[in-house]
Design a protein around this ligand. Structure first.
Ligand SMILES: Nc1ncnc2c1ncn2[C@@H]1O[C@H](COP(=O)(O)OP(=O)(O)OP(=O)(O)O)[C@@H](O)[C@H]1O
Ligand SMILES: [Mg+2]
Length: 254
C-alpha cells in the first residue's frame, strides 16, 4: 500500500508534533465547556420536560463531546509520553495481577456500555470476558501509570478490533529468568502479515475491516512501544486475519 504524504509528514516531522500539542491544548478548554454545559442541562432533565427530540439531541451532543474529549486527551498523553526519558520514570514494585485487573476493568468500561463485573480472575461485561492467568505474587518494577496505560491499551485493542458477539481475551503472565512476559490473546479480526510491522507507526490504522470509522488515532501502539523502550522491554505480535492476535510484552524484572 502506498504511504499517504500527509500521514508521512505527521509521522516524521518534529514541527508537526509541536503543532499537535498546540492544537490539542487549544481544543481542550472549549470542549470542556461544551461538555460541562451539556452535562448540566442533562442533569436537569428530571425537572424540566424536554421533547423527545431535544432529549435525544442533548444526549448525542454529550456523547460525541465526551468522545472528542477522549481523543484530545489521548493526543495530549501521546505528546507527554513522546517527550519522556528513562530518568523521568517513577519506577516502583507493582503487583502485576492487581494492575492487570484494574487495566481490564478500565478497558472494559471504556467500551461504550458501563456495568463491569469482576469474578475472581475474570473481568467481564455483557459478552466480553477477560481471563487473567497470572501468579498472585508476581511483581514488576515499572512506572505504574505508564504500565497501566500499556496494559489497558492492549486490552482495549483486543476488545475494539473484534466484531464477535462474545469476546474472550486471555492474558497470561510468566517469569522467565530475568524477564517477565505478558501475553494478550484475542480471537478478533486479526492483522494481515503486511500490516503487522506498520501498526507501531504513528497514526497507522488498518481500517479496511470496517468502513474507515475506527475510533482513535492510531497512537496507542506507538505509545506502547515507547513505554517499553523506556523500560528496556520489547513487544512481539503473532496474528492472522480472521484468527485473532497475540501481543506479547517482555519486561526486565529489575
Ligand atoms: N488486537 C488487535 N486486533 C486487530 N487489529 C489490531 C489489534 N490491535 C491493533 N490493531 C490494528 O493496529 C492499528 C493501530 O493500533 P493502535 O492501538 O495504535 O491505534 P487505534 O486503536 O486504532 O487508535 P488509538 O489507540 O489511538 O485509540 C489499529 O487501528 C488496528 O488496525
Ligand atoms: Mg488502540
Amino acid at each position: 500500500m502506498e504511504q499517504d504524504p500527509v500521514l508521512e509528514s505527521l509521522q516524521n516531522d518534529e514541527n508537526s508534533t509541536k503543532m499537535l500539542s498546540l492544537v490539542s491544548h487549544k481544543l481542550k478548554t472549549p470542549l470542556s465547556i461544551i461538555n460541562g454545559y451539556s452535562e448540566a442541562i442533562l442533569s436537569q432533565s428530571s425537572k424540566e420536560k424536554f421533547s423527545p427530540f431535544t432529549a435525544k439531541a442533548l444526549e448525542e451532543i454529550n456523547k460525541q463531546g465526551t468522545k472528542l474529549c477522549n481523543l484530545v486527551d489521548k493526543l495530549l498523553f501521546f505528546n507527554k509520553v513522546e517527550a519522556l526519558q528513562p530518568k523521568d520514570l517513577a519506577k516502583k514494585s507493582i503487583n502485576l495481577k492487581n494492575l492487570l485487573k484494574t487495566s481490564a476493568s478500565d478497558a472494559i468500561s471504556h467500551d461504550e456500555e458501563t456495568a463491569t463485573v469482576s469474578a475472581g480472575s475474570t473481568i467481564s461485561k455483557k459478552g466480553t470476558f477477560i481471563e487473567i492467568d497470572c501468579p498472585s505474587a508476581l511483581e514488576i518494577k515499572a512506572d505504574e501509570e505508564l504500565m497501566g496505560f500499556l496494559l489497558e491499551e492492549l486490552l482495549s485493542n483486543a476488545i475494539k478490533f473484534n466484531n464477535k458477539a462474545e469476546k474472550t481475551i486471555k492474558v497470561q503472565c510468566a517469569h522467565h529468568g530475568d524477564s517477565i512476559s505478558i501475553s494478550v490473546r484475542d480471537y478478533g479480526t486479526g492483522i494481515r502479515p503486511q500490516d503487522v510491522n506498520k501498526i507501531f507507526e504513528r497514526f497507522y490504522q488498518v481500517d479496511d475491516y470496517f468502513t474507515g470509522q475506527i475510533d482513535g488515532w492510531g497512537l496507542g501502539l506507538p505509545m506502547v512501544k515507547k513505554i517499553l523502550d523506556l523500560h528496556g522491554g520489547s513487544i512481539s505480535v503473532i496474528s492472522d486475519r480472521g484468527l485473532g492476535s497475540i501481543f506479547t510484552v517482555s519486561i526486565p524484572v529489575a
